[in-house]
Design a protein around this ligand. Structure first.
Ligand SMILES: *Cc1c(COP(=O)(O)O)cnc(C)c1O
Length: 358
């Protein structure tokens, strides 16, 4: 007889993103180019320094110090882990779990609800209205009536691309403090947005802002993420996370990346510019485009049939994310902003498909 998994995991599906062999991959919101050449040299030099027989620096002190300097906070207010996914999982292991509710506003990043279930918490979903914009009142009411232990916001939100107004984050934070919840603002795409919740951090407020090296820093392969939060919250996460979970190479890679802040900012500016061009052209082609503050754009083809367009794009060797069957997103597709050449290939394909359909 095969052992049974925990009851709450029986109907769980793993996290998947379709991978198809194509020329132009615009489906997972990665950076279109690798990190600057100097980064690889810095990592090579760091490899020489690794004491392979020793455990790594358990508290990742140099990396946390550098991230603290980047955000003008203390090293003790920074928690690092293997991708922001592990950051969020650790937070849920600490503040979520059995008998506790975790609130999300859908549609949003699927990992928030997925990790909630895996860690044994109860997922409470509130739907966003049309246009995917949240209202401060709706957020406050949802928090007061459901009394969760953890509230997730995602800003800019994946997969809609919309940035949450600061007023919404302020209301969420006030209500979270009232009911004793932690408010997590997932800012995986924060650098592409006009504002950040980092400015609201305060030792007296239950706010945690998570970031990742996977997108802006062009390091999805390295698996490194972090959050910035009051030190009492970081101290709790440190108790829960596995000891020595961050190897020396990863810590060194993170430090090396932080030597290239100016390069990263220049790339962000380039992507933001391409995002504008991509959005404008899609609108000209008759698509319904959601305004984006991230490195991707959510749109619905003129005929409302994203599923068919997804297949037609694959036939032209362009891969985007098929969000057409996700709740609240019917008919839509999500395209990552790539290099200007990749974006052009994508736009040419959309033009041919839309033209052919008329
Ligand atoms: C891509 C993404 C992440 C990144 O996760 P990592 O584990 O750091 O690669 C986190 N949150 C959101 C909303 C994302 O889209």
């Amino acid at each position: 007889m095969r052992p049974e998994v925990r009851p709450e995991l029986r109907s769980l599906e793993g996290y998947h993103s379709a991978q198809v062999e194509v020329d132009v991959r615009l489906n997972t919101n990665e950076a279109p180019l690798g990190p600057p050449p100097g980064f690889v040299d810095a990592v090579k030099a760091a490899v020489e320094q690794v004491e392979w027989n020793r455990y790594p620096d358990r508290s990742a002190s140099a990396l946390r110090q550098a991230l603290g300097e980047l955000h003008s906070v203390a090293a003790e207010e920074v928690f690092c882990a293997n991708g922001s996914n592990e950051v969020l999982q650790t937070l849920l292991l600490t503040y979520g779990g059995p008998g506790r509710r975790v609130l999300t506003f859908e549609p949003t990043y699927a990992l928030h609800s997925h990790l909630t279930r895996i860690t044994g918490g109860e997922h409470v979903a509130v739907q966003r209205s049309r246009g995917f914009v949240l209202e401060p009142d709706l957020v406050e009411d949802a928090i007061r009536t459901t009394s969760p232990s953890v509230v997730f916001l995602c800003s800019p939100n994946n997969p809609t691309g919309r940035v949450e107004p600061l007023a919404v984050i302020e209301s969420a934070l006030a209500a979270a403090a009232e009911v004793g919840a932690v408010l997590v603002v997932d800012e995986a795409y924060g650098q592409f947005a006009p504002h950040t919740a980092l400015s609201m951090l305060d030792d007296e407020r239950p706010l945690a802002v998570s970031r990742t090296f996977s997108k802006t820093w062009a390091m999805a392969n390295v698996r490194l993420g972090y959050l910035v939060a009051p030190r009492w919250l970081v101290a709790e996460l440190e108790k829960v996370v596995l000891p020595y979970h961050l190897d020396s190479l990863k810590q060194a890679a993170g430090l090396a990346a932080l030597e290239f802040v100016a390069e990263a900012e220049a790339r962000v500016a380039g992507i933001v510019e391409e995002r504008g061009r991509l959005s404008d052209r899609l609108a000209e082609l008759g698509c319904d485009v959601t305004p984006s503050a991230a490195n991707f754009v959510l749109f619905t083809p003129p005929d409302g049939d994203g599923r068919t367009m997804w297949t037609q794009l694959v036939e032209r060797s362009v891969l985007v994310r098929d969000t057409s069957s996700w709740e609240g997103l019917s008919g839509s597709l999500r395209v990552t902003v790539g290099t200007p050449q990749e974006n052009e290939r994508f736009l040419e394909a959309v033009t041919a498909i839309v033209g052919g359909a008329q």
